[in-house]
Structures are given as structure tokens and as C-alpha cells.
Design a protein around this ligand. Structure first.
Ligand SMILES: Cc1cc2nc3c(=O)[nH]c(=O)nc-3n(C[C@H](O)[C@H](O)[C@H](O)COP(=O)(O)OP(=O)(O)OC[C@H]3O[C@@H](n4cnc5c(N)ncnc54)[C@H](O)[C@@H]3O)c2cc1C
Length: 596
């Protein structure tokens, strides 16, 4: 085997396919060494697929549409664990599940004909409607023939000899591909709380994202004692919906951390309104392209203290009474960077909760004390706080009385009280951003694992030890050649569909570049990864959001290795992010190493 020292400068010219002007010597050496170790690249090995896409949510659907359109002769397949398309909208069928992004901006821009045909019935579509929309996209474009369902990928192996990935599903079936696009989802790996005795519970128990299809609330919940653990976005939607069901016996809400929430103000869209709205799609997408998070809302450029107290409250009231994310994103520009500004707005929101909840003690428990308004993603609600005014809805504040264990009959708190339950719902969220990656056993370049927790055997060689991502543009990762990610770590998430369309377009362009140049290998350089990852961290320094434990800062106490904060998503603006991507592309995909 060639040693590092034996690679003289003259060796560079022997690898004309390496675009070494952009490659550091270390990257060059590492690539040449791994190629030398494995022998020369055979030209005759044909992988079964040109591109594999893993995940059939919005990202997978969008990627498949564009890749097929651009490369009609390529062999492309989508592998999906579920039995249908939709991703988040396929899995999350809990009552009350809906988007808090305007329906008109949470759809694909690429099919203008479908946009004119599709009738949104609510300004914030409920889960079944969004799922129907995704299904309609895939049916219209006959995409399902290129999708394989019931296929959960369990392991992945990089083959340096022929520049391919081999994936294995749960059944042991293998799939060999040249390139792969990760559409694994950043909220697709559900987590359960670590509470002793969970397995002992005798009633029905399930996670919100695995809501049993055969449950009929008015029949199966009638007169029953229901318990729900978790008051994040999903918990808030589920609690609001269940509390309105007249057949419900009782609902006990186990709250570990109070979360801010504010009214969604959903309305139906009449046929006439929809007709007018259809003429505005271009303007909607253009508007989203100019805002920092891809939503229709953006901050008021004034600072909180620049205006009179009356004008301040007037602005806040206006936002509070308007539909959607304005009350999170349309506030004064310093609300999430200046603690005093944030404290003032949080006090305004706390008063709103006090006005809506009859019992002052319950109201105080529902008001977050450990983080300011908007420093976590704000779930929007419809009647959440009023739920606690009902006689059959009880808040169990776990800050005051923590859960000691789950028994066969229900949940026991440390004041010795047993909360008897017939059904237990876990609204405990997801192993966010990196969780779906962590569920796959990766053998990347040089056999390296992707995610390993401290104390485990392969920790030292892990690419993202303890779920701490290193990426280039959130689209690629070191030692993971030929992989591109949609909504991967370090991408701006914001309005999902807008980010997905941007990432899919970049990916298609880059694949076309590889195709045109005859490249069968790409990998981001160490320099590019370090530079980008540092930039991501820098963007995360100023915002109050990054001083809070949340899934956005990579903390989930129910997941091993996720105890310390990291910057797991791009906290800079989507506009800035797109500039970085455009710059990379304009400079011939600077930051990547390519091989023929
Ligand atoms: C309840 C809920 C509400 C939301 N509301 C909004 C909203 O209002 N606005 C917004 O912008 N965003 C919202 N989001 C964020 C949402 O995740 C994105 O908008 C978008 O739907 C993500 O699409 P995706 O295709 O990237 O991921 P997903 O929809 O999560 O799809 C990923 C797919 O990959 C599959 N998969 C994962 N691992 C494997 C494997 N090993 N093998 C095979 N298949 C695998 C999964 O089964 C899943 O189907 C919400 C998320 C949730 C959970």
C-alpha cells in the first residue's frame, strides 16, 4: 500500500479527474490512498440504480419528480418504510394534526397545472388533506411505479472499489446504487420517554405518530380515562382536539415542560376565495423566497424599544389576532436577539394565557418559565388553553410532582398518587434531525460509522459523534461520498416545501454536473466542511433560540448522546443559505472533490 509520504507532487498529474485546484493536499491524499488500497476503479461494474432516494415524504416525492424529469433514462428508485407516500403526513394521523404553515405556501410550485386544479379547503390544511395532496402529486405523475414501500433500510455500505453504496433493508434485500439522496426526514424517528414500568401498562399505549388506524375516538375513547405525556407541538394539537370530543371520559395531561403556544386562527376557504387565490401562487412563492425562513411572514424591522408602549402592544395585538406564524415571526426585529425585548413579548403572551385559563394555578403552570416566547418553534393551537377549563381535563405539572413510574393501571407521581388510565398516549416527539440517520448502521468511507454515542466501541471513528453533525451546506457530509441530503442537518428548515424545492434543484444540478463530466465520485473537502460547519455555529451564536434546550439545538433527554446542545440546523437566513449554495455551484461545485 502506498504511504502518505510516497505521494510526490508528480502524483497529482496522474489523477487528471481530480479537480485539485479546489482540493487540499490532505483531501487529495486521503482519496488517492483509499483508491490505491482498493485497486483501480473498475469501469465495468454497473450498480442496479443510478440514484436511490430514501424516504417518500415531500422531500422524496420532490426529488423523484425532478431527477426523473432531468434524467429520463436513469434508474431511480425511492425506498420507503411506510406503506404509502407522505412521510410526516402519512405517519401522523393523531386527532388535530395539521399544518401551521399556510396551505397555499406549503405545496409544490413545479406543477402549475395541479396548483390550478387543487382546491385547498382550509387556510391551514389538516393532515388528511395534506396527505391527499401528496398522493395526488404522485398519482398524477405516476411516481409510485418508481417507489418501493414497506422497505426500511437498516444498513449501508460504501464500496470504494466501484464508487457505489449498497443498502440493505430489514428483510436483507440489497440495493446497489451510484448516488443516493437522503430524504429520511428530520422529524421521522419517534422517541418514547425513559420512564420505568412503561411495558407494565395494561391498557392501550401508543406514540402519536403511530396512531392506530382502527381507533374511532367517539367509540373507543367514550367514557375512558385517557393520559397523554408531552406538551410539544403534537401534544398541543392532540390535547386541543381530544378535549373537544363530547364522548371523552377524562384527559390527564402530563406536562414536563410548558410550551408557548398561540392561536392558529384557521378558517375555511370558499370556492370563490380559492379561485382568487389560484391567481396568486407566483406571488406567494416569490414572497416566501424573500423571507428568512421561507414563510409568508417576516419580522417588523423596528426594534421593540423604538416604538411607544402603545404602538408596541397595538402591533402585538394585531399579530395575535391574525392567522398563522405572524405572532412568532412578524414581531419586532430584536425579539429573538435581545433578552429585554423577548421578556416584554413573553409577558404579553403570558397575560394572554392568564386571560384564557380560568384556574390561576393551572394558568401559571402552563406559562413557560425556562424559555422566552418564540425561542423554541412555536406551535399554533385552536382552543388549547381553553381545554384546561373543562372539568374532565386535568393538568399534572411534572415540575411539581414528577412521574415515578408507570404501573399496570396508570401513572404514579412522586406524591404517591396513581393516575388511573385506560389509554396512554405518548406525544413525546422525535429524535429530531439526526435520528433517522442514527437508525441506520453506516459503513461509510474506510468503514466509518456515522453516529455513535460516547463510550461505544466505534466512537473515535464516527463521522457525527454524539449526533454532532459536520456537513458541507447541509447537503453533504465528510466520508459519505455520493450522498446528497434534502432537509439534512445544517439546512434551514423553515417552510418545509420551500426548502425542499431548493435542495432538490441543487441536487439535480449537481448530478447533471457529474453526469456531464463523467464523474462517479464526489465528496466534500475537509476545508469546505470545516468552513461551513463553523459558519453554521457562528450563525447560532447570536440568537436566544440557541441558548435553549430543544430539538432545534440537538437536545433530547430521551435519546442517548443528545444531552448537550449543538447547532443541528442552519440558524442563518434561507436567503443567505441559498447564496452559499449558488456560489458553490457557480464556482464549479467548489468545496467538492470529484473522481471519474
Ligand atoms: C406533526 C408535524 C407537523 C408539521 N408541520 C409543519 C408545518 O406546518 N410546516 C412546515 O414547514 N413543516 C412542518 N413539519 C415539518 C415536516 O417534517 C416537513 O415540512 C416535511 O414534511 C418533511 O418532509 P420530508 O420528506 O423531508 O420528511 P418526512 O416527511 O419525515 O419523510 C421521511 C420519510 O423517510 C422514511 N424513512 C425514514 N427512515 C427510513 C429508513 N431507514 N428506510 C426507509 N424509509 C425511511 C420515513 O418513513 C418517512 O416517510 C411538521 C412535522 C410534523 C411531524
Amino acid at each position: 500500500m502506498q504511504s502518505v509520504e510516497s505521494l510526490s507532487t508528480s502524483t497529482w498529474s496522474e489523477y487528471p479527474s481530480l479537480r485539485f485546484s479546489e482540493v487540499s493536499k490532505e483531501d487529495f491524499i486521503s482519496i488517492v490512498l483509499s483508491t490505491a488500497r482498493m485497486g483501480s476503479i473498475p469501469q465495468d461494474t454497473q450498480p442496479a440504480y443510478d440514484v436511490l432516494i430514501i424516504g417518500a415524504g415531500l422531500s422524496g416525492v420532490c426529488s423523484l419528480y425532478h431527477i426523473r424529469k432531468r434524467f429520463p433514462t436513469w434508474r431511480v428508485k425511492v425506498l420507503e418504510a411506510g406503506t404509502d407516500v407522505g412521510g410526516v403526513w402519512y405517519w401522523n394521523r393523531y386527532p388535530g394534526c395539521q399544518i401551521d404553515t399556510e396551505s397555499l405556501s406549503y405545496c409544490f410550485s413545479f406543477d402549475k397545472e395541479l396548483l390550478q386544479e387543487w382546491e385547498w379547503t382550509e387556510s391551514f390544511a389538516k393532515q388528511p388533506e395534506t396527505q391527499r395532496y401528496i398522493k395526488r402529486v404522485t398519482e398524477k405523475h405516476e411516481m409510485e411505479k418508481d417507489m418501493k414501500f414497506n422497505t426500511r433500510i437498516k444498513s449501508a455500505h460504501w464500496n470504494d472499489r466501484d464508487h457505489t453504496w449498497t443498502f440493505f433493508d430489514e428483510e436483507g434485500e440489497e440495493y446497489v446504487t451510484r448516488f443516493f439522496v437522503s430524504c429520511l426526514g428530520f422529524l421521522s424517528s419517534p422517541t418514547l420517554p425513559k420512564i420505568p414500568g412503561i411495558a407494565d401498562f395494561r391498557g392501550k399505549a401508543f406514540h402519536t405518530s403511530r396512531w392506530p388506524g382502527d381507533i374511532d375516538i367517539s367509540r373507543d375513547f367514550a367514557g375512558k380515562k385517557i393520559g397523554i405525556i408531552g406538551t410539544g407541538a403534537t401534544g398541543i394539537q392532540t390535547i386541543s382536539a381530544l378535549s373537544k370530543d363530547p364522548s371523552l371520559g377524562s384527559l390527564s395531561v402530563f406536562q414536563r415542560t410548558a410550551n408557548w403556544s398561540a392561536p392558529l386562527r384557521n378558517t375555511t376557504i370558499s370556492a370563490e376565495e380559492m379561485m382568487i387565490a389560484k391567481g396568486g401562487y407566483d406571488a406567494i412563492f416569490q414572497r416566501c423566497a424573500t423571507t428568512p425562513a421561507g414563510f409568508l411572514h417576516e419580522a417588523d424591522p423596528r426594534k421593540s424599544l423604538e416604538v411607544t408602549p402603545e404602538a408596541r402592544v397595538e402591533h402585538w395585538e394585531k399579530l395575535y389576532n391574525s392567522p398563522g406564524f405572524g405572532k412568532w415571526l412578524g414581531v419586532f426585529s430584536d425579539t429573538y436577539t435581545d433578552r429585554e425585548a423577548n421578556d416584554m413579548y413573553s409577558a404579553f403572551m403570558a397575560d394572554k394565557i392568564r386571560q384564557r385559563v380560568r384556574d390561576p394555578l393551572v394558568a401559571e403552570s402552563l406559562i413557560p418559565k425556562n424559555h422566552g416566547f418564540g425561542t423554541r418553534r412555536v406551535p399554533l393551537e385552536t382552543g388549547y388553553f381553553e381545554a384546561f377549563n373543562k372539568d374532565n381535563v386535568h393538568l399534572v405539572d411534572l415540575q411539581k410532582t414528577p412521574i415515578s413510574r408507570v404501573t399496570n393501571l396508570g401513572i404514579e407521581t412522586d406524591d404517591g398518587q396513581l393516575h388511573e388510565l385506560d389509554i396512554l398516549i405518548f406525544a413525546t416527539g422525535f429524535d429530531a434531525i439526526t435520528g433517522a440517520f442514527g437508525a441506520i448502521d453506516w459503513h461509510a468511507k474506510d468503514g466509518r460509522p456515522l453516529i455513535v454515542s460516547r463510550g461505544s466501541e466505534r466512537y473515535e471513528s464516527a463521522i457525527w459523534p454524539d449526533h454532532r453533525p459536520k456537513t458541507f451546506l447541509g447537503l453533504s457530509a465528510p466520508a459519505m461520498p455520493n450522498m446528497l441530503m434534502v432537509l439534512g442537518p445544517h439546512q434551514p428548515f423553515g417552510n418545509g416545501t420551500r426548502s425542499i424545492e431548493h435542495a432538490s434543484a441543487f441536487i439535480c444540478d449537481m448530478l447533471a454536473y457529474c453526469h456531464d463530466k463523467g464523474y462517479t465520485y464526489f465528496e466534500p473537502t475537509t476545508g469546505a466542511v470545516d468552513l461551513w460547519t463553523e459558519h453554521v455555529f457562528d450563525c447560532g451564536k447570536t440568537g436566544l433560540m440557541n441558548e435553549i434546550d430543544s430539538w432545534m439545538t440537538g437536545v433530547n433527554k430521551n435519546v442517548e448522546g443528545k444531552t448537550e446542545r449543538t447547532v443541528a440546523r442552519y440558524a442563518g437566513s434561507a436567503i443567505n443559505y441559498r447564496k452559499w449554495c449558488a456560489d458553490c455551484k457557480e464556482k464549479g461545485y467548489e468545496g467538492f472533490v470529484f473522481l471519474e
